[in-house]
Design a protein around this ligand. Structure first.
Ligand code: ZN
Length: 147
C-alpha cells in the first residue's frame, strides 16, 4: 500500500514538473524593458572580473605577469562592451527622440487649446479650467454653452 502511495506521489510530481511542457507553455522571446542587454551584461561581467583580478593580485593569489595579462584582456573586453552599449543606446536615443516629439506635439496642441498650464507646463485634458498638476488657473477658452 505504501508502495502505491509512493508511485502515485512520483507520478504526481513528474506530471507537475512536465506541466509547462505538456501545456505548450514557453518563455516569451520578447525582451523586457528592464532586462539587461547583451552589451550591458558583458560590461558588468568584465568589470566584476576586473575587480576579482585586482583583489586576487592584492591578496597575493596572482603574480605580476598573470595580473597584467588578465587586466589588459579584461579592460579590452570592458571597452568593447562599452562600445557595443553605445551603439545600442544610439537606437534607444532615436526611440526617445520620437517619444519627445510626440510629447512636444501634445504640449503644442494643449497650448493651442489653452489647456497646457502656463506655470508648470502640465498638459490638461480638454475643457479643464484649472491645472491638474499645480492647481493654477488655465487660460483655457471657455466652452460656450450657446454653441
Ligand atoms: Zn500647472
Amino acid at each position: 500500500m505504501a508502495l502505491i502511495g509512493a508511485v502515485l506521489l512520483v507520478v504526481a510530481v513528474v506530471a507537475w514538473v512536465l506541466m509547462p511542457v505538456t501545456k505548450g507553455q514557453h518563455a516569451s522571446l520578447e525582451r523586457d524593458r528592464d532586462e539587461l542587454t547583451d552589451a550591458e551584461a558583458r560590461r558588468r561581467v568584465a568589470l566584476l572580473a576586473l575587480r576579482d583580478v585586482e583583489y586576487d593580485y592584492h591578496t597575493g593569489k596572482l603574480d605580476e605577469n598573470d595580473y597584467r595579462a588578465l587586466r589588459s584582456e579584461l579592460s579590452a573586453e570592458a571597452l568593447a562592451a562599452l562600445q557595443a552599449l553605445e551603439d545600442e543606446s544610439t537606437g534607444a536615443r532615436r526611440a526617445v527622440d520620437a517619444e519627445l516629439e510626440a510629447e512636444i506635439a501634445a504640449v503644442r496642441a494643449g497650448l493651442e487649446a489653452g489647456t497646457t498650464c502656463a506655470s508648470c507646463g502640465h498638459v490638461n485634458p480638454q475643457g479643464s479650467r484649472f491645472c491638474a498638476s499645480c492647481g493654477g488657473a488655465l487660460a483655457a477658452r471657455e466652452v460656450s454653452p450657446s454653441s
